[in-house]
Design a protein around this ligand. Structure first.
Ligand SMILES: NC(=O)c1ccc[n+]([C@@H]2O[C@H](COP(=O)([O-])OP(=O)(O)OC[C@H]3O[C@@H](n4cnc5c(N)ncnc54)[C@H](O)[C@@H]3O)[C@@H](O)[C@H]2O)c1
Length: 352
């Protein structure tokens, strides 16, 4: 059965959904309508062939769709999600789905009460770089991981539009952090989180965070470090992962990188003291290159459209939702713990 999507908040991200749905999903999904509070955005939506509404009640009453995408600034998500569910629609909400776990719980309650499907566009679970790291870890290419680092280093020192404002749910932890935490939670496959430490800065954006560092500890001892900066003029790699069998790096958005392992018969190399420019060292002496091997990163070719294929299969009762209330709630719990940690200047022990 073909499904139809109506959009609330026809901004930058909404047009991304519209374009990609047209490119990849036109056999099962069509965007038909949009509601926005900005007349200029509605004019653009109309130009692109959508039926437009400047009243949300008229939009809901139109019945031109069976799924609603909520793509407004973050603070409006709970209101529109609950309203759409209550008007009989299935809902895809942009991330971050809510500012608090409490808000999210009320959205889940509305979904259960109405029997309509509700999910969140945590699309970066389908990103190529993420899938490469996940596959490398799952297939044991670096052994048991003890530390995973996920970094997004921007150079521009800007936070755009409503993201600059607290009331809108702005700041980089809500913007990028929610993706990075979601990826790490997904990668660790249900492993419990036992502590969260966070340090947030407002380097160039006074009202909200534009830099954060989080340290998340899992019950198996693995540590995930998540960092984002909008103003890093010398950038570190997008991903590092260290395991007891090797190290992995993905350098940047191009997804290029490598895995380095000690050759089997040279695992237990005994270093000798070397004199480096900085001084003498034995424990940290660079390992001779002949004891190491470089292996390519595993192949991964995820398809963003699989996100919507799963949403539609869930609506039709054929599959379970991939982005579901359990994993989304865990991500929001980590976000809350991170803000609390920053406020208290202390790590937060937890069981998430
Ligand atoms: N998943 C991703 O990778 C990703 C990427 C970018 C943005 N997003 C998310 O998408 C959402 C929208 O972000 P954006 O970048 O498109 O912002 P945007 O500013 O480009 O678009 C927001 C739109 O919502 C409209 N709007 C504002 N208040 C409204 C209201 N009360 N009712 C109806 N419409 C309203 C605005 O007029 C605008 O057209 C945010 O939640 C953001 O976090 C997700």
């Amino acid at each position: 059965m073909a499904h139809k999507l109506g959009i609330i908040g026809y901004g930058g991200m909404a047009t991304y959904h519209q374009r990609r749905i047209k490119e990849s999903l036109s056999d099962i999904l069509t965007v038909t309508a949009a509601f926005d509070i900005d007349a200029e955005r509605l004019a653009l939506a109309e130009k692109s062939g959508l039926k437009t509404f400047d009243s949300v009640e008229d939009f809901f009453a139109s019945k031109l769709f069976d799924i609603v995408l909520v793509a407004t600034p973050n603070n409006f998500h709970p209101h529109y999600v609950i309203s759409a569910l209550e008007h009989g629609y299935h809902v895809v909400c942009e991330k971050p789905v809510a500012i608090t776990v409490k808000e999210f719980d009320s959205m889940v309650e509305a979904s259960k009460r109405t029997g309509n499907v509700f999910t969140v566009h945590q699309n970066r679970r389908w990103d190529k770089d993420y899938r490469i790291v996940k596959k490398a870890i799952e297939t044991g290419l670096i052994g048991k991981p003890y530390a995973i680092e996920s970094r997004v280093h921007g150079q521009n020192g800007v936070v755009h539009g409503w993201r600059e404002f607290k009331v809108a749910g702005g700041g980089m932890l809500f913007d990028w952090g929610v993706h990075q935490i979601d990826q790490i939670v997904d990668m660790m496959n249900g492993e419990k989180i036992v502590s969260v430490y966070a340090n947030l800065h407002s380097v160039r954006t006074p009202e909200v965070d534009d830099y954060y560092k989080l340290i998340i500890r899992f019950s198996n001892g693995t540590t995930a470090q998540i960092e984002t900066s909008t103003y890093t003029l010398i950038q570190q790699p997008r991903w590092y992962a260290y395991g007891d069998g090797g190290s992995l790096v993905i350098d940047a958005w191009d997804c290029k990188g490598r895995i380095i392992r000690a050759k089997d018969h040279m695992m237990n190399w005994e270093p000798v003291v070397v004199q480096t420019v900085a001084g003498p060292t034995r424990t940290m002496a660079p390992r001779p290159v002949e004891t190491l091997e470089e292996i390519p990163l595993p192949e991964a070719d995820p398809d963003w459209a699989d996100y919507y294929r799963n949403v539609i299969a869930a609506i039709e009762g054929k599959e379970e939702l991939i982005v579901n209330e359990v994993n989304v709630r865990r991500v929001l719990q980590v976000m809350e713990a991170a803000f609390e940690s920053d406020r208290l200047n202390a790590g937060i022990a937890c069981e998430i």
